[in-house]
Design a binder for this molecule. Structure first.
Ligand SMILES: *[C@@H]1O[C@H](CO)[C@@H](O)[C@H](O)[C@H]1NC(C)=O
Ligand SMILES: *[C@@H]1O[C@H](CO)[C@@H](O)[C@H](O)[C@H]1NC(C)=O
Ligand SMILES: *[C@@H]1O[C@H](CO)[C@@H](O)[C@H](O)[C@H]1NC(C)=O
Ligand SMILES: *[C@@H]1O[C@H](CO)[C@@H](O)[C@H](O)[C@H]1NC(C)=O
Ligand SMILES: *[C@@H]1O[C@H](CO)[C@@H](O)[C@H](O)[C@H]1NC(C)=O
Ligand SMILES: *[C@@H]1O[C@H](CO)[C@@H](O)[C@H](O)[C@H]1NC(C)=O
Ligand SMILES: CC(=O)N[C@H]1CO[C@H](CO)[C@@H](O)[C@@H]1O
Length: 634
């Protein structure tokens, strides 16, 4: 196979002819940086230091108390980007869509132009035998600020709708996400007609506080509270009610043609809030979720939990007397959350006027079984082919013998050794400074233990680096028991799992009699309602070290994650080898070569380097003493 570098292009997207060799390659060049956006018409609030950093002029930034106090005084005269802590990719928020086909090789050169370390993770991409590319703290050293790192992975045997996002430091609260589409190979029919358009919709709760402030709150045991809004495609709400929505907010308009049918890929990329999605007067025909074709059924609305993705076919079959509302409202919350309502507009080309009147209401909102019944109604289309031509249902998961059972209980945040932490089975995950995957590769002992308990143990909670021992080619049953008062969703990297059961109360062995052993849908993120359980089955055929996490960011950040350690005992070389460009850190930092890959920041980027800051401060202090004032226009 020709070397990758000889194929490297810096253009955004280049296709190589299939006749070259094997599966096609697709290349992306992404710069991740703070970008200008104020989705709720409010300046994204930033900390004093970051404000100062925003007073930038060619890649230099400023800090220091004197300066800041002067800065506050001079605020009106100083030009700066107030919305600076929204994370964009190539200046776009949401980021560009990865649009590929089953088995393609994807190469993404990621330049970290933030002021802190970065990893992007690919929610739902299975990285067969290649957890090296997973982009979470257990598999990769973070990409330092100012460095680039090139991900290379194959979307082997996958189809469907997914998304990517930054996995460290609470950055997801600032954006940095974008869509992933994996199309069927032409030889495998899609189980519905070709839609007239393909539209990606990102739903997310949004806080005007910066991700740095939010994570500080979380560390201090402060609840995030009610979001300041719910964004649709990074934009604030349409002004459906003058008393609730201020003027001057940009909102998303989806333009459609009457009579046509569109595929809507809807993702909850938020950090905490379960959202109900609906479109006034239109049915949502569910066709796919996270890489599985579903039994096609109409819904008037769908609960979409954090980290989940769905495809719906929507037919423009209304008379277009007006535009129509597209709505996302929080679930399982009280009326104080009303301000957190996402509203955008569905506009027919022949529409006679703007959308008006109240938003479409959600019937059954107060019925706790509504959501669980809806979740149970989502089933696998066992006769449809997907990434492979044979029907999805030919993998008869209900006939396979379970080899390992884990009952995983979560708890709300609690103080452990004076720090706010969250636990799974009484263990709060401590990310080691040397990623698990590197410690395994270099046989460094003591970085982690493979002793995660399969039940809650009768012992005090602790902070530890404890992994699940996954039996290679075993069949694992995991029951998530939610002992918290809010909805959670759990995500497993490297796999799709079958969602076989979900109910209120405490799971017991008898609960197995209610399992769906025939057409439970295979996906990668499942919800667990408060006071309820969800059971999944997963075939551990993908060697690697795989992240199992709470998608609710505050819970994840405080330790609600674990890794599943899956090793093929027969062949050492079953997994991909350590990538040539691996970054080393922690106990292996001495292996890291000089920052030869470090790219140059272009002028105007808000990057803080402390020594430059100091010099610049001195310079400004001098100017100030000379002129008694300062500003960027100096
Ligand atoms: C994705 O790429 C395919 C070509 O490979 C194209 O036909 C399709 O329209 C693209 N989809 C989107 C949503 O851009
Ligand atoms: C950084 O990007 C350059 C090209 O822009 C590439 O040659 C280099 O391999 C990349 N570095 C890493 C570690 O991926
Ligand atoms: C399931 O997939 C088959 C095969 O593509 C398709 O013909 C059928 O309509 C689908 N069934 C349902 C209920 O969605
Ligand atoms: C879904 O609803 C549409 C009308 O919006 C209807 O034409 C279609 O037959 C329904 N499909 C199913 C599978 O119920
Ligand atoms: C409503 O929810 C908010 C945030 O979750 C909470 O702080 C508040 O106490 C709740 N109010 C009532 C009346 O329950
Ligand atoms: C993991 O489980 C396998 C059996 O599936 C066992 O042989 C092995 O010793 C276990 N490893 C650890 C570290 O407990
Ligand atoms: C196992 C466990 O921690 N169960 C707890 C779940 O939460 C209730 C209170 O809501 C406790 O009483 C249980 O002990």
């Amino acid at each position: 196979m020709p070397s990758l570098s000889s194929w490297f292009f810096t253009t955004l997207l280049c296709f190589l002819d299939v006749t070259f060799a094997g599966d096609p390659y697709v290349f992306y060049d992404w710069t991740v940086s703070y970008t200008s956006a104020s989705p709720l018409g409010i300046k994204q609030k930033i900390r004093a230091r970051d404000k100062a950093c925003a007073v930038v002029w060619s890649s230099v930034c400023v800090t220091g108390l004197t300066l800041i106090s002067n800065y506050e005084k001079n605020e009106k005269r100083v030009h700066y980007e107030p919305e600076i802590l929204v994370i964009g990719i190539n200046g776009q928020f949401p980021g560009p869509t990865l649009n590929v086909t089953t088995n393609w090789n994807v190469v993404v050169n990621v330049k970290n132009n933030l002021d802190e370390p970065l990893l992007l993770t690919w929610n739902g991409i299975q990285h067969r035998k290649n957890s090296w590319q997973d982009g979470v703290s257990g598999t990769n050293c973070p990409i330092p600020a100012g460095w680039n790192w090139t991900y290379e992975f194959q979307v082997k045997d996958q189809i469907g709708s997914f998304f990517y996002f930054p996995s460290l430091n609470f950055q997801k609260a600032a954006g940095g996400y974008g869509g992933i589409i994996i199309n069927n190979r032409p030889v495998i029919p899609v189980p519905f007609g070709l839609p007239d358009g393909d539209i990606t919709i990102f739903l997310s709760d949004w806080y005007t506080r910066s991700h740095k402030d939010l994570r500080k709150d979380i560390e201090n045991g402060v609840d995030l509270g009610v979001p300041d809004g719910v964004l649709i495609n990074g934009l604030g709400p349409y002004r459906y009610d003058d008393s609730l929505v201020p003027s001057g907010i940009s909102y998303q308009i989806i333009n459609v043609e009457p009579g046509k049918t569109y595929r809507l890929r809807v993702h909850n990329v938020g950090i905490s809030t379960s959202l109900n999605f609906r479109i006034q007067n239109h049915n949502l025909l569910l066709v796919e979720t996270e890489g599985s074709y579903t039994v096609q059924q109409n819904y008037t609305n769908m609960d979409i939990h954090v980290g989940q993705s769905y495809s719906f076919l929507v037919t423009m079959d209304q008379n277009a007397n007006t535009d129509y509302y597209i709505v996302a409202t929080p679930r399982f919350v009280n009326s104080s959350w009303a301000r957190a309502t996402g509203v955008s507009i569905l506009h027919y080309s022949n529409s006679l006027g703007p959308a008006s009147g109240p938003l479409p209401s959600l019937l059954g909102e107060d019925d706790p079984s509504f959501s669980i019944n809806q979740a149970r109604s989502i089933r696998w289309n066992v006769s449809a082919g997907a990434a492979r031509p044979n029907p999805q249902g030919s993998f008869k998961y209900g006939d396979i013998t379970v080899t390992d059972v884990y009952v995983i209980l979560n708890r709300p945040p609690e103080l452990i050794n004076g720090k706010w932490r969250t636990t799974l089975n009484g263990i709060s995950y401590l990310p080691p400074s040397t990623p698990l995957k590197l410690a395994q590769q270099f046989k460094i002992l003591g970085v982690y233990k493979i002793d995660f308990p399969n039940r809650l143990m009768n012992r005090p909670p602790k902070v530890d680096t404890s992994l699940i021992n996954g039996t290679y080619r075993g069949f694992m049953e995991i029951i998530f028991q939610n002992n918290d008062t809010t909805v959670h969703s759990y995500h497993l990297d490297g796999y799709a799992f079958f969602v076989v059961g979900m109910d209120f109360g405490v799971w017991t062995e008898n609960s197995r009699s209610t399992y769906n052993k025939w057409d439970g849908v295979a996906r990668c993120t499942t919800q667990v309602l408060p006071g309820a359980w969800t059971a999944i089955l997963v075939s551990l055929d993908n060697a690697g070290i795989w992240n199992l996490r709470a998608e609710k960011l505050s819970s994840w950040y405080l330790g609600q994650e674990v890794y599943v350690h899956v090793v093929n005992p027969e062949k050492d070389n079953n997994e991909n080898t350590l990538p040539d460009n691996a970054i080393f850190c922690g106990l292996l930092s001495s292996l890291q070569k000089d920052q030869s890959h470090k790219f140059q920041f272009s002028g105007g980027s808000p990057f803080c380097s402390n020594s430059i800051i100091l010099l610049f401060m001195l310079f400004l202090a001098l100017l100030e003493s000379l002129f008694g004032m300062w500003s960027v226009e100096l």
